[in-house]
Design a protein around this ligand. Structure first.
Ligand code: ADP
Ligand code: MG
Length: 729
């Protein structure tokens, strides 16, 4: 019988890199060629429809039926010219993946024949078979149906033979069942609140866009090795496996040479991404072996998020053509670097100003300070909301482990900006400001751009860092839908900006001049949000202690992190901002808990199977060989001398038995806890049981199995070892 493990290694050694051809000479010749973008629309749409769609894209205006019909018809013609025969409403259900339901353009005619049909109704609304998507009981209480509705703010695109139309996914009574709809609402909330505040500085500002630049980390594993590991196939991470002798200690992978096969894969998926208008640019290795990163130029957040979700899809599809599998799990290999998805975030005005970039004069710098300080205050007051937004079973393994920020949310500013804020806080005196005070303050504020120019601080251990012209949220995990952290961040910033506006207006009413009112309010916020600012090493144990002293939360696991979603105050905040009703929050809480339980349930089952059906039988086979050998030695040398000669074998035999027995008992106990957990009625209880009672067995079982891996004959080991997965080329 061929051993699947050795067969896989042989396959890997025989593979060749498959470099793609560039479709055209220059990237600009094919960038966005599969997107129904404004340029194409201008070509395909009647003037009136074009104006209507642009108004919907840029200002969120409604599109009427007639225009929808025109758009649908043009979209179909354009898609057909690209070879598309089907269309689908593309949406982002709460499972974390994307979903599509494909329908053909043609409609059969009575009496034979068919016509190509696609009108405004089919474009605008679709009813997928929604019963299999998570809904947290929402659809049960209302209608057992959901539908998808066109999001004109994100352009349609063609993949293969299918026209994909970005849509939101909602229940019949209007509750969001996806990530996109609440994201659009949160972007709207921050737009409104930030526009109001910008009015203090520039009356021409009428719209604020959130910008998002994500960085996607991932691992590449050969498909044959992947298929030989039930854990990678079914859970996305290695549940067993001794760490290789060489891990990432040498740091020689980071920015090191990328293997030809990996390079060929990257080129290929980047071409596909570019054709879909995803502006991918950078490419380099990450810290761990076989780990990589992809980051596009930032875009408007809704589009950027669609692009990220799309890219994850494309990566997986293209990888298969290169005999790879992509691991998007946050921690595929314990002991090695995990994978994150940094979210670079900022706000920009319709007048082209990045609100987190220091400006050219004191006024624009005061505007910069306003948004900087309000963001810090928002995080200070709502750190738990941000933490919950990135909570997942996978990310629990990553946060606080190698090369990842801890579960404690804090903000890093860099020493220059820190001392600037500290000085500012002190230099604003109580009572009315004199003209001299104001001049001095203005001078100081005018110096901000220089201060930041020589800001070389690049603290990489902070979960939320200011990086010169944006904040970088580093806690999101590689598999996260960016919408989740972007919803949370924009909602809390919107709320804080509203509070700020109210307080400043109050001061102005009380007789303060505008600048003075703003400065005093900023001073207050600098004071009250001090505890969230941390400039030290976020990876250190001292920080954990210090954070506890400061009263910051350290919510290490998902069920605990998610509790904030059912906090009445938090629910009120989201409702006020028009993002989630109380009911939607409750439903989402339940869905998140169910997702968590499901992940752990699968891991527990796979682990049990691997141990009982593979590891233990292999160990017993090897043990039998040892027993035969001992028997043979005794036969040849006699009992006493034979026993002496077989000392090592006897030691191994005993060790194997000990590990097997210990491991099997642990599996039995784990199964027992799993059974108990499965009987629980409430998802929250179940999630806590899986977290606190079932999960702790995973590492204990792994420990025993990894010891066996070091003892059992290499030829008899059933699974590709981690060194083979990470280093075979
Ligand atoms: P890192 O040092 O974290 O690796 P990178 O240079 O890889 O940083 O990534 C920086 C990211 O920040 C890029 O994806 C870039 O598009 C994004 N970015 C730059 N400016 C903005 C902005 N104003 N808003 C949002 N994202 C931005
Ligand atoms: Mg980064």
């Amino acid at each position: 019988m061929t051993n699947i493990r050795f067969q896989a290694i042989e396959d890997v050694l025989n593979r060749q890199a498959k470099f793609p051809q560039l479709p055209k000479e220059k990237i600009s010749d094919f960038f966005g060629e599969n997107v129904f973008n404004p340029k194409v629309m201008r070509e395909y749409l009647p003037e009136e429809a074009y104006i209507g769609v642009m108004a919907a894209m840029q200002e969120g205006k409604r599109i009427d039926r007639k225009i929808a019909d025109q758009v649908a018809s043009s979209m179909k013609d354009w898609a057909a010219s690209k070879g598309a025969t089907h269309y689908t409403h593309w949406f982002q259900p709460l499972t974390g993946a994307t979903a599509e339901k494909h329908d053909a353009f043609f409609t059969p005619l009575e009496g034979g024949g068919a016509i190509e049909k696609f009108d405004g109704t089919l474009l605008a609304q679709q009813e997928p078979d929604a019963s299999s998507f998570p809904n947290g009981g929402l659809r049960n209480t209302f209608e057992a149906r959901g539908y998808t509705a066109w999001d004109p703010s994100s352009p349609a695109f063609v993949i293969g033979r299918t026209l994909c139309i970005p849509t939101i996914f909602i229940s019949y009574t209007g509750e969001a069942l996806d990530y996109k709809m609440p994201l659009i609402k949160a972007l709207h909330a921050v737009d409104d609140a930030a526009t109001e505040v910008c009015q203090y500085f520039d009356k021409n500002v009428t719209k604020i866009n959130t910008t998002l630049g994500w960085e996607q980390e991932y691992f590449l594993v050969d498909k044959a090795l992947y298929n030989a590991r039930p854990d990678l196939c079914l859970t996305g991470r290695a549940l067993l496996g001794h760490a290789p002798a060489k891990g990432q200690q040498l740091d020689d992978h980071y920015f090191g040479s990328i293997s030809d096969r990996a390079t060929a894969f990257m080129r290929d998926f980047e071409i596909e991404a570019l054709k879909l208008g995803i502006p991918v640019t950078t490419r380099h290795n990450e810290v761990a072996p076989n780990q990589f990163e992809c980051a596009p130029v930032f875009e408007e957040a809704n589009l950027a998020n669609d692009h990220n979700v799309l890219l994850m899809d494309i990566m997986e599809k293209v990888a298969i053509n290169h005999d790879f599998r992509v691991l998007l799990h946050e921690k595929p290999f314990s002991g090695l670097n995990g994978s994150g998805k940094h979210n670079n975030w900022s706000l920009s005005t319709n007048t082209g100003v990045n609100l987190l970039k220091p400006g050219k004069n004191p006024k624009s710098n005061l505007q910069f300070l306003t948004f900087l300080v309000n963001t810090i205050a928002a995080i200070n007051d709502n750190a738990d909301i941000l933490r919950a937004s990135i909570a997942s079973a996978g990310n629990d393994h990553r946060l606080g482990a190698n090369e990842a920020p801890p579960a404690i949310i804090s903000v890093f500013l860099g020493s220059q900006l820190t001392s600037f804020l500290d000085d500012l806080e002190k230099s604003i005196k109580a009572g009315r400001m004199t003209p001299e005070d104001k001049t001095e303050l203005k001078l100081n504020i005018g110096k901000i751009p220089q201060i930041l120019l020589d800001n070389t601080d690049r603290n990489r251990t902070s979960p939320f860092a200011f990086t010169g012209n944006k904040f970088e949220f580093r806690a999101p995990g590689s598999a996260t839908n960016c919408a989740s952290p972007m919803i949370a961040l924009n909602v809390i910033v919107a709320k804080q900006l509203q509070i700020f506006k109210k307080e400043v207006d109050k001061r102005i009413k009380g007789g303060d001049k505008k600048d003075e009112a703003i400065l005093k309010e900023l001073q207050k916020l600098i004071k009250t949000s001090k505890k969230i600012r941390f400039e030290g090493n976020g990876y250190g144990d001292e920080w954990v202690k210090e954070a506890e002293k400061r009263g910051l939360s350290n919510l290490k696991d998902t069920p605990r992190a998610l509790d904030v979603m059912v906090d009445k105050k938090v629910q009120k905040l989201f409702a006020e901002q028009g993002v989630f009703t109380e009911q939607e929050m409750n439903a989402r809480h339940e869905i998140e808990l169910e997702n968590y339980v499901m992940k752990l349930q699968i891991e527990a089952r796979v682990l049990g199977d691997m141990v009982r059906n593979h590891v233990i039988p292999s160990a017993i086979k090897y043990q039998n060989e040892l027993i035969q050998n001992v028997q043979g030695l005794k036969d040849v040398l006699g009992a006493t001398a034979g026993k002496k000669a077989a000392a090592t074998q006897l030691d191994f035999i005993e060790r194997i038995s000990n590990h097997i027995n210990e491991m099997n008992q642990l599996v039995a106990k784990m199964i027992d806890e799993r059974r108990k957990a499965n009987k629980m009625d409430h998802p929250r209880d179940m999630a806590f049981a899986y977290c606190d009672k079932v999960k702790p067995y995973f590492d204990l079982i792994k420990y025993q199995s990894d010891k066996l891996e070091l003892t059992v004959d290499d030829q008899a080991w059933p699974f590709p070892k981690l060194r083979e997965i990470l280093f075979t080329r």
